[in-house]
Design a protein around this ligand. Structure first.
Ligand code: IPE
Ligand code: IPE
Ligand code: MG
Length: 245
């Protein structure tokens, strides 16, 4: 599908990226500022994901990929980790009930094998529902690490090669087909909320030519108007891909 082009009021054209990825950071600090426990920030953050995903679908984006829990986030205090897992379960439970109605496909990127069984079952269920139709897709990175994704892909390719199931010539295209993001175009735009300017092990392979956008806004406060601003900034970028214009 070609990128969606919208006319703004001023008559200029805005291209909506096909794929936007977001590092949803700043939930803890958002809560701390309000004198609330960090987990309250995660609860509001999870609600905000729902709003932003609906908005992305409505403006004609094809894919939204969000970083929900990293392979490094297990280092957090056990009560925070378990509160986040509970929220993810609640979110996936509700998603299973509404994704068909809302026409949102969903995929989980990450090492699902080590997640609690209830979560694993929900992930399998969302995969099954998503396979039934086409349209906007939300990818949720859960127990996800970019390095882990690359190592996992390398092991799977090696196993396939030994059994004669993989192409002998390992190209970028072949390797990409072993990643969690197989078949999905790389994100044109990666947004990080919460003020830090780092990638924190997110989409290390796929970010090769992504435009990066950082904002100090904490994730629970990042609404549609903020996303519009990020997309406008993306539209002002000169993407050269190593060439000249
Ligand atoms: C992002 O918010 C959510 C997760 C990493 C699960 P944080 O919890 O990292 O919030 P800050 O960065 O501490 O404010
Ligand atoms: C990145 O945020 C991971 C997620 C948003 C899920 P972190 O808060 O874990 O990143 P660091 O620790 O500041 O790099
Ligand atoms: Mg953080």
């Amino acid at each position: 599908m070609a990128p969606v082009t919208e006319k703004t009021g001023a008559g200029e054209k805005i291209t909506i990226p096909r794929h936007v990825a977001i590092i949803m950071d700043g939930n803890g600090r958002w809560a701390k500022r309000r004198g609330l426990p960090r987990t309250a920030g995660h609860a509001v953050g999870s609600e905000n994901f729902r709003k932003i995903a609906t908005y992305c679908k409505n403006i004609g984006m094809d894919y939204l990929t969000v970083y929900a829990f990293s392979t490094e986030n297990w280092k957090r205090p056990a009560d925070e980790v378990s509160a986040i897992m509970k929220l993810l379960k609640k979110y996936l439970d509700e998603a299973v009930a509404t994704m068909e109605r809302d026409k949102i496909r969903m995929k989980v990127f990450g090492n699902v094998k080590t997640l609690p069984e209830e979560l694993r079952k929900l992930v399998a269920k969302t995969d099954e529902i998503s396979a039934r139709y086409e349209g906007f897709q939300a990818n949720i990175c859960l127990n996800y690490g970019g390095r882990d994704e690359i190592i996992t892909a390398a092991k799977r390719y090696a196993a396939d090669l030994l059994e004669g199931r993989a192409a002998r010539e390992l190209t970028e295209e072949v390797f990409s087909s072993y990643l969690y993001s197989a078949g999905i175009p790389d994100p044109e735009l990666i947004i990080r909320t919460g003020g830090e300017q780092r990638i924190s092990n997110f989409l290390l392979w796929q970010c090769a030519y992504s435009e990066l956008y950082y904002t100090d806004t904490f994730w629970p406060d990042f609404g549609p108007a903020e996303l519009d601003k990020a997309i406008a900034a993306y539209n002002a970028r000169d993407r050269r891909f190593g060439g000249v214009k």
